[in-house]
Design a protein around this ligand. Structure first.
Ligand code: UDX
Ligand code: UDX
Ligand code: ADP
Length: 468
C-alpha cells in the first residue's frame, strides 16, 4: 500500500487550516505543509501568539501548538510544497460566480483550475490529488483532464474527500467525524489511492466510519448533505411564521417533531436565516447542475430553500421597522452579533449583513457588537453588496468593542448571532439605558423572554406569539 510521507494542502482557509492541523497532529510521521498565496494569512498561521491565528475556532490553538514546527508547516512557496508531496489537497475557495454564464448560481472554478494547472506544471513524480473544496459534480474529471493533458507525463489519481466540519465546532467534528467520505476511481490504482488516504484518517477514525464510493457519489453527497441541512432550517423557519400567525410556539413544535426518530431533533432551530459559506452556494450549485441536465422540477424544488431563507431575513428586518412605529429613520438599532453563527469569526452570507442592509435602506443607524468580528470585516461585507457607497455604509454603521455602549440609547436590540455571552448580560442595566419602549428582537431565540418582559422589555421572538 502507498504510504503517504508528505502532504501538501493548497488553501489555508477555514477548511484547509483546521483539517490539516488535525491530520498533522494525529500523524506525526507525515509532514504536512499548508500553502496559500495570501502572505498575510500564512504569516498569521505562523504567529507565535496563538490568539492571532487567522481563523477563530475553539480548540484550534492547542492543536496548532502541538503540531506546528514539528510536522505542520504554513508556507507561501506553493511550487516547492507541490513538488515534494505525494498527496495534494485542494482546499481553495469556490465562491458563486459573480459574472458571466451561471452568474449568481454556478460555482466559480477559477481557483480550482489554477491549482490544477500549477500542479501539472510543477509535479515531476506521481501524485494523489484530493478535492477537499465543495465542487459541482464531475469537477474531478475536469481536474484530471487538465493534469493529464498539460502535465509532465507523471500519473495522477484524483480523489473526492468532501469536508463535513461545521465552523465553530471544527476541531470536535474533525476529531470525531460521523463519517469520512472518500470517492475514487473504480480501478486498482484508484482503490490504492483511496486506501492511502483512508490510512491517513485511520490514524484516529475507525475504519467502519470511512466510506468509500465512486467519485461522483462523493461529490454529490456533499451537495446533498448541505442541501438537506439547509432545507431543515428553511422548513422550520417557514413553520415559524405560521406559528406567529396562529399562536403556536415554534420551539414546542420543533421539540414535538424532533422526538420522532425518523425526523431527529438536530437542526430544527428557527432563526433569522441560515448563513455561512456553504449552504447557499451548494444549493445554487445543485440547482445549476439540475438545470444543466434539464431537470427543472428538481431545480425549482431546491431553489425554494433559498427563497424561504431570503424571505426570513427580510421578514425579520421588516418586523423591526413595523414594530418601531413604521420608521427607523435615524434611530439607533443595536445588533448583538454579526458572525453567521456563534464561535466563529466567519461572516460569509451572515443574515446580519442582509438585515443591516435592509435597515440602512430605511436610514437606520446600526451599532454592532460581535465578540470576534472586526469592524473592517463588517464594512467589507456591506460594501460587497454594492447597495450604496462605502461612505454611506460608514455613515450608517458603528462598531463597538463593548456591548453596553453598543446598546446604550438604542430604540431596539436585534440578536443576530447566538453567542452564549449575550444570555448573561446585565439586562436590567441595558434596559435602564435604552429608549422606551425598549424593544428586543431575538433572531436566535436565545434570551430568557420571561425575564426580559419582567424587566419591562417588549420582546419579539421568532415563531412565538408576539407583540403586534
Ligand atoms: C404516515 C406517518 O409516518 C405517520 O407517523 C402518521 O401517523 C401517518 O402518516 P403512513 O402513511 O402510514 O404513516 O406510512 P409511512 O411509513 O409514513 O409512509 C408513507 C408513504 O411514504 C408510503 O407510501 C411509503 O412507501 C413512502 N415512503 C416512506 C417512501 O417512499 N420513502 C421513505 O423513505 C419512507
Ligand atoms: C455547514 C455544514 O453543517 C457542514 O457539515 C459543512 O461541512 C459546511 O456547511 P457551517 O455552515 O459551518 O456548516 O455551519 P452550520 O452549523 O451548518 O450552520 C449553518 C447556518 O445555519 C448558520 O447560520 C446557523 O446559524 C444556521 N442554523 C443551523 C439555523 O438557523 N438553525 C439550525 O437549527 C441550525
Ligand atoms: P474555505 O472556507 O473553503 O476554506 P477560504 O476562503 O477560507 O475557504 O480559504 C481558501 C484559501 O485558498 C484562501 O486563503 C485563498 O487565498 C487560498 N487560495 C485560493 N487560490 C489559491 C491558489 N491558486 N494557490 C494557493 N492558495 C489559494
Amino acid at each position: 500500500m502507498t504510504q503517504i510521507k508528505k502532504i501538501c494542502c493548497i488553501g489555508a482557509g477555514y477548511v484547509g487550516g483546521p483539517t490539516m492541523a488535525v491530520i498533522a497532529q494525529k500523524n506525526p510521521q507525515i509532514q504536512v505543509t499548508v500553502v496559500d498565496i495570501n502572505e498575510e494569512r500564512i504569516a498569521a498561521w505562523n504567529n507565535a501568539d496563538l490568539s492571532k491565528l487567522p481563523i477563530y475556532e475553539p480548540g484550534l490553538d492547542t492543536v496548532v501548538a502541538e503540531a506546528r514546527g514539528r510536522n505542520l508547516f504554513f508556507d507561501t512557496n506553493v511550487d516547492k510544497a507541490i513538488d515534494e508531496a505525494d498527496m495534494i489537497f485542494i482546499s481553495v475557495n469556490t465562491p458563486t460566480k459573480t459574472y458571466g454564464k451561471g452568474k449568481g448560481m454556478a460555482a466559480d472554478l477559477k481557483y480550482i483550475e489554477l491549482c490544477a494547472r500549477q500542479i501539472a506544471r510543477v509535479a515531476k513524480t506521481d501524485k494523489i490529488v484530493v478535492e477537499k473544496s465543495t465542487l459541482p459534480v464531475r469537477t474531478a474529471q475536469a481536474i484530471k483532464r487538465i493534469l493529464d493533458q498539460t502535465g509532465n507525463g507523471v500519473s495522477y489519481q484524483i480523489l473526492s474527500n468532501p469536508e463535513f466540519l461545521a465552523e465553530g465546532t471544527a476541531i470536535q467534528d474533525l476529531m470525531n467525524p460521523d463519517r469520512v467520505l472518500i470517492g475514487g476511481e473504480e480501478s486498482d490504482t484508484g482503490r490504492e489511492a483511496i486506501e492511502a488516504l483512508a490510512s491517513v484518517y485511520g490514524a484516529w477514525v475507525p475504519q467502519e466510519r470511512i466510506l468509500r464510493t465512486n467519485v461522483w457519489s462523493s461529490e454529490l453527497s456533499k451537495l446533498t448533505a448541505n442541501a438537506f441541512l439547509a432545507q431543515r432550517v428553511s422548513s422550520i423557519n417557514a413553520i415559524s411564521e405560521l406559528c406567529e400567525a396562529s399562536g403556536a410556539d415554534v420551539n414546542e413544535v420543533a421539540k414535538a417533531i424532533g422526538m420522532d426518530s425518523r425526523i431527529g431533533s438536530k437542526f430544527l432551530k428557527a432563526s433569522v436565516g441560515f448563513g455561512g459559506s456553504c449552504f447557499q452556494k451548494d444549493i445554487f450549485n445543485l440547482v445549476y447542475i439540475a438545470k444543466t441536465y434539464g431537470l427543472d422540477e428538481v431545480a425549482d424544488y431546491w431553489e425554494q430553500v433559498i427563497i424561504m431563507n431570503d424571505f426570513q431575513k427580510r421578514r425579520f428586518a421588516e418586523r423591526i421597522v413595523t414594530t418601531l412605529f413604521n420608521t427607523v429613520n435615524d434611530k439607533k438599532i443595536a445588533f448583538l452579533g454579526w458572525a453567521f453563527k456563534k464561535d466563529t469569526n466567519d461572516t460569509r452570507e451572515s443574515a446580519a449583513i442582509y438585515v443591516a442592509n435592509d435597515l440602512m435602506e430605511e436610514e437606520a443607524q446600526i451599532h454592532v457588537f460581535d465578540p470576534k468580528v472586526t469592524e473592517q470585516q463588517m464594512l467589507t461585507d456591506l460594501d460587497y453588496l454594492n447597495t450604496r457607497s462605502s461612505e454611506a455604509n460608514r455613515k450608517h454603521l458603528t462598531v463597538h468593542q463593548d456591548p453596553y455602549t453598543a446598546l446604550e440609547n438604542a430604540h431596539g436590540i436585534a440578536v443576530l448571532t447566538e453567542w452564549d455571552e449575550f444570555k448573561t448580560y446585565d439586562w436590567q442595566r441595558i434596559y435602564n439605558k435604552m429608549q422606551k419602549p425598549a424593544f428586543v428582537f431575538d433572531g436566535r431565540n436565545i434570551l430568557d423572554r420571561k425575564q426580559l418582559e419582567q424587566i419591562g422589555f417588549e420582546v419579539y421572538s421568532i415563531g412565538a406569539a408576539n407583540i403586534k
